[in-house]
Design a protein around this ligand. Structure first.
Ligand code: DGY
Length: 332
């Protein structure tokens, strides 16, 4: 008889992933569209061998205490893992995994859509027509900013940042980037991308797109001072994590014309959006849809399931966040 493992899944995933998990595990599932209430999470994690968590679930010492010693893996259904205290899992020998790569192109598509929408005022034009305001074509009507031929500034030149650079090539743009980790010269050559200090990038770029992790170093990376370094014609795009931008400072900068526009997929106090942003036509805002396509959410689900099941079966999960736990288990 094959082993089956008790696992917790904190929100319904795309069906192929649910089916894959159910083949090998007895699943406790939080039904409903809301985040799993903390009290339910603490109750239902008890005795589980694995958990599939979302970016709305905090995985910390309190949760690990509630889980007990059987917990082998927490498989996060996201590439970002700022909701997980990875060192706490590592200290207890619990594996942690995320879902990188499968969502890079889709997230870059979303960032590009926001960039275009903010530069060319697409949602504003759509709202205008729906308001049934009388109008006639005019030379000065709703002018935006050219995208073609401009300078793209990528902050965080990892997988998604590089996917943005690939798109920029097709628009005849020049690419500059900032990252604390310098990629190889081969990567720079591939996109003709030039390194800049962050401050220099902000002053030179026509479009600034953020692709960093959220960490104490990147919290409010874009504050009032840095926003003031950008060009008044520039657009800021964020598909990373909301707290990378000081949202109140951004609302002020957009209102006062410090920058031309912003395209935002993520928010500082998600799901809340700063009220200042809600009132501004030059803020294009969407509800954290970066990876939200049928294909990509399926791929994320299958990767989270693969991580979960591999760990439970004693195989190395494909995308581990704390490989040192795996190495020490293998040596034990
Ligand atoms: C992630 O994966 O980190 C996104 O924010 C959701 O796809």
């Amino acid at each position: 008889m094959t082993d089956r493992w008790p696992v917790l899944v904190t929100r319904r995933l795309p069906q192929p992933a649910m089916d894959r998990i159910a083949e090998r595990c007895d699943v406790t599932l939080h039904e409903g569209e809301d985040a799993m209430p903390r009290v339910d999470l603490l109750r239902d994690i008890a005795g589980k061998a694995g958990a599939v968590t979302l970016l709305t679930d905090r995985v910390d010492d309190e949760l690990l205490d509630a889980a007990g010693d059987q917990l082998v893996i927490v498989a996060n259904y996201a590439v970002g893992f700022d909701n997980i205290d990875v060192p706490a899992l590592t200290a207890r020998g619990v594996l942690a995994s995320n879902t990188p790569e499968v969502l890079s192109e889709t997230t870059a598509d979303t960032a590009w859509a926001l960039l275009m929408a903010a530069a060319r005022r697409i949602p504003e034009g759509d709202r205008f027509l729906r308001s049934r305001t009388p109008w006639i074509w005019g030379p000065m009507m709703m002018l935006g900013q050219n995208v073609n031929g401009k300078v793209l500034g990528v902050v965080g030149f990892g997988r998604i940042g590089q996917a943005m650079a690939r798109r920029a090539v097709g628009f005849g743009m020049r690419v500059i980037y900032f990252d604390v980790y310098r990629p190889s010269e081969e990567v720079e050559r591939r996109y003709s991308a030039e390194y800049r200090d962050l401050e220099d990038l902000l002053a030179e770029a026509d479009f600034v797109t953020l692709h960093t992790n959220l960490s104490p170093e990147t919290h409010h990376l874009m504050n009032a001072e840095r926003l003031s370094k950008m060009k008044p014609t520039a657009v800021l795009v964020n598909t990373s994590r909301g707290p990378v931008i000081d949202e109140a400072a951004l609302a002020d900068a957009l209102r006062d014309g410090v920058i031309f526009g912003a395209g935002l997929d993520v928010f500082e106090k998600e799901p809340e959006v700063h009220p200042g942003l809600l009132e501004l036509d030059n803020a294009v805002i969407i509800p954290h849809l970066g990876s939200a396509t049928v294909e990509t959410r399926n791929a994320m689900g299958m990767l989270a399931a693969a991580n979960l099941i591999a760990a439970l079966e004693g195989r190395r999960p494909p995308t581990l966040l704390n490989p040192e736990v795996w190495e020490s288990r293998a040596q034990a």
